[in-house]
Design a protein. Structure first.
Length: 129
């Protein structure tokens, strides 16, 4: 199962996926938003194409959720979309097994879910104002 979870929710070319893959596209008012469809029957969750949180200065696409928020915190940690949904998966007892994205988000994952595999695909060179 996969959730197309950025922008319009229609980024993945469904015809290129194996026929066994169930793809959730678009947006619905579901409480799990970017991990809609995830439940405790899953053996693991993989996050592909994620980016640093708003204000991190480590990604050219750094934002959290809609971009309207400067910062979101959970238990005194600045939250990225990855952190929010890795916590949602952990709540369901589904381990995070993989993350790809910018170097900043992969570095964050090292601290948050140290046992997961990470593949940084780009490095942001932003300066903080």
């Amino acid at each position: 199962m996969g959730k197309d979870a950025h922008w319009t929710g229609r980024n993945i070319i469904a015809a290129k996926l194996p026929k066994e893959v169930n793809l959730i596209r678009g947006w619905a008012p579901h409480p799990l938003m970017m991990v809609q469809g995830l439940d405790d029957s899953f053996q693991g969750v993989a996050f592909v194409g994620y980016h640093s949180r708003a204000g991190a200065g480590t990604s050219p696409l750094a934002h959290t959720m809609t971009g309207k928020y400067t910062n979101i915190k959970i238990n005194d940690l600045y939250a990225s979309e990855f952190l929010i949904y890795a916590y949602a998966a952990a709540f369901l007892r589904v381990p995070t097994i993989f993350l790809s994205g910018d170097k900043g988000i992969c570095d964050e994952a090292t601290q948050v879910v140290p046992g997961s595999r990470r593949l940084p695909l780009k490095k942001g060179l932003a300066t903080r104002l």
